[in-house]
Design a protein around this ligand. Structure first.
Ligand code: AMP
Ligand code: ZN
Length: 138
């Protein structure tokens, strides 16, 4: 539990939330300011800032919970697809600094918006250089 972390306070029951799933290590609850009906958040109970500092043993448990909650959201909202997003650090849009993943029900003709940004024209040789830079840092 981290002092002043709003999601730790939700886990501790110190502030209210609309919970949809809970186990020993994870909690899912409704986003209080939803982008669409059914917008749900999944968080680990272990406090970490975002994916970049999530311990591997915590991260390993995330995927099955995301699948379980996504299937429930999809069924409950008769969604045709699920969009998931997760932001790391303010530069990416993160506002709450307790690791979390957003689950959004989507429909073929909804107005949520296209989340594929416009693409650059980059030569494959330059893309290959980018790959080398990343590989050096793995
Ligand atoms: P992010 O911008 O990825 O950090 O997302 C943080 C999300 O947390 C936003 O979508 C907020 O609407 C949501 N949020 C903030 N406070 C609460 C709260 N008390 N209960 C539920 N969701 C919250
Ligand atoms: Zn926290």
């Amino acid at each position: 539990m981290e002092n002043d972390c709003i999601f730790c306070k939700i886990i501790a029951g110190e502030i209210p939330s609309c919970k949809v799933y809970e186990d020993d290590n994870f909690l899912a609850f409704m986003d209080i300011n939803p982008a669409v009906r059914g917008h749900t958040l999944v968080i680990p109970k272990h406090h970490c800032r975002n994916l970049l500092d999530t311990p591997d043993n915590v991260g390993a448990g995330f995927y099955p919970v995301l699948k379980k909650v996504s299937l429930s959201v999809k069924a409950a909202f008769r969604a045709e697809g699920i969009y998931m997003f997760q932001q790391n650090e303010p530069a990416s849009g993160q506002e709450v600094f307790h690791s979390h993943v957003h689950i959004i029900p989507r429909y073929k003709n909804d107005d949520f918006g296209k989340h594929n940004p416009p693409r650059l024209k980059v030569e494959i040789s330059e893309i290959a250089k980018d790959a080398e830079s990343i590989k050096k840092n793995i």
